[in-house]
Design a binder for this molecule. Structure first.
Ligand code: HEM
Length: 470
């Protein structure tokens, strides 16, 4: 009987052994392929996919396990590329500052293809300096104060009107808000006429940048690339019409198209289009998700909501109903600013930034081969109990301490040569949105809706709230 059982089990045992050996060999494949003296410790996972599945599925806990095993500087293979993950605050600072030493942005190919070759993440050195200068000329304090804030104010007033008595999907509303508000800043009055046509194309473009670069019918990449073509042709048409009409436009597109002596940046039409797409893209998910999550945290923390509402009611009390939010009001919103920082910390929208080595180099005592990516993983900083006591608590007051925003570990808006140029504009948009939201409405959540926090912060089924007037 026992002999029969052995005979029966024999083929299954052999098959199992073969499978185990095959898996072990496959797991060694990447280790062997990327073997090089002096690399940091770590594992490279399966051929082709590396450890992408573990990273996307378990994200933060995968990073924690690996760093517990290998330290804060380890190798992996994620998102299609051999990658060094750096969680070391000092090394991260160094990487962000040292673009000139051969570390340039290393964003995925699909993102670069769809955002265009003059996109700011695709250029470095002197081209980056020039593009950044052009973007700064659109986003600096003086422009926000005199031109953008009045546009944002009038947009938010109308976007946030008529919500009383309705059940709204806040996720959908904040997405539309971020996109339409940017579009109005970019092309002013014309935006109303073509937003309806532009918006679905833009949403396809965003999905395309987050996909694998597989150019086949039906893939998000193909759709994203097509959306880029359609957007480029719409913008080209608008630029041609503007040139024909010779009218002055005080919006972002108008500034980028200026050819007079007073304007330093002379960009080609392709470059202008890529800058416009950059502004729309960079301010979209960051602003929409932070706005949605701020409302969520305020709902769950009535004391913070009370304090925020008090700040905005005080501003309203010194103005007439039709008076817009102006620069002085914005500067007085210190608690609102703290709410935005605390929301960005807890609901981390940008988990880290990607760089690429343009040559073989040494970093942190290890060899980094040319072409490898470096993932400056900043997310964990936001939950470090030594830097943020009770890190999982929503506590905007911690940002009111002197110098809290400018501490070197705060990389919410990046750092070094690529520090976010849209930081103040983003804060102005979210603040104005919150202003009209909390001074007009109270709201309750329909409840039970799931929020996913990795790899992107999102509510897969929407975030529905019932709104009533205050
Ligand atoms: C809550 C809002 C925002 C957050 C958290 C945020 C975060 C960031 C971070 C972390 C980076 C660094 C990327 C890197 O080093 O590779 C960055 C860069 C950038 N951001 Fe923002 N951002 C926000 C809003 C905006 C807005 C509203 C705009 C434009 C209107 C914008 C435009 C940009 C651009 C153009 C860059 C690239 C800069 C460069 O490569 O030199 N951002 N942002």
């Amino acid at each position: 009987m026992a002999a029969h059982l052995v005979l029966l089990l024999f083929p299954a045992t052999v098959l199992l052994l073969v499978l185990v050996c095959l898996s072990a060999a496959l797991l060694q494949w990447n280790e062997f392929r990327y073997r090089k003296k002096g690399l940091p410790p770590g594992t490279m996972g399966w051929p082709v996919v590396g450890e992408t599945t573990e990273f996307l599925k378990h994200g933060p806990s995968f990073m924690k396990t690996q760093s517990a095993r290998y330290g804060s500087f380890f190798k992996s293979h994620i998102l299609g590329c051999p990658t060094i993950v750096s969680m070391d605050p000092e090394v991260n600072q160094y990487i962000l500052m040292k673009e000139s030493k051969g570390l340039v942005p290393g964003y995925p190919q699909s993102m670069l293809d769809i955002l265009g070759k003059s996109n700011i993440a695709a250029v470095h050195g002197s081209s980056h300096k020039y593009m950044r200068g052009a973007l700064n000329s659109l986003l600096n304090h003086a422009v926000i104060k005199d031109r953008l804030l009045p546009t944002i104010d009038s947009f938010m007033r109308s976007h946030l009107s008529g919500w009383e008595g309705a059940v709204v999907d806040l996720q959908e509303k904040t997405k539309e808000m971020a996109f339409l508000s940017s579009l109005k800043q970019i092309c002013g009055t014309e935006s109303a006429g073509f937003a309806r046509e532009f918006m679905p194309e833009f949403f396809n473009l965003v999905l395309g940048t987050l996909s694998l670069p597989i150019d086949l019918p039906g893939t998000n990449y193909r759709r994203g690339f097509q959306a880029r073509k359609n957007i480029v042709s719409m913008l080209r048409k608008m630029m041609e019409e503007r040139r024909r009409s010779e009218k002055d436009h005080g919006d972002m597109l108008g500034s980028l198209m200026r050819r007079d002596e007073g304007y330093k940046y002379k960009l080609s039409d392709e470059e202008i289009i890529d800058q416009i797409i950059t502004v729309l893209y960079s301010g979209y998910e960051t602003v929409s998700t932070t706005s949605m999550m701020a409302v969520k945290y305020l709902h769950d923390n009535p004391v913070a909501l009370h304090e925020l509402r008090r700040e905005h009611m005080e501003i309203r009390a010194r103005k007439k109903a039709e008076d817009p939010v102006d620069w002085n009001d914005l500067k007085s919103m210190s608690f609102t600013r703290a709410v935005i920082f605390e929301t960005s910390r807890l609901a981390t929208v940008v988990n880290g930034v990607l760089r690429k080595a343009t040559k073989d180099m040494e970093l942190n005592g290890f060899a980094i081969p040319k072409g490898w990516r470096i993932y400056v993983y900043t997310r964990e900083i936001n939950y470090n109990p030594c830097l943020y006591p009770e890190p999982l608590a929503f506590n905007p007051w911690r940002w009111l301490e002197k110098g809290a925003e400018s501490k070197s570990h705060n990389l919410i808006f990046g750092g070094g040569t690529r520090l976010c140029p849209g930081k103040e504009l983003g804060i102005a948009e979210i603040s104005t949105f919150l202003h009209y939201f909390v001074t007009r409405y109270r709201w309750e959540e329909i409840g039970g809706e799931k929020i996913v926090r990795f790899p992107r912060v999102e509510a897969p089924n929407g975030l529905h709230i019932r709104v009533s007037s205050l």
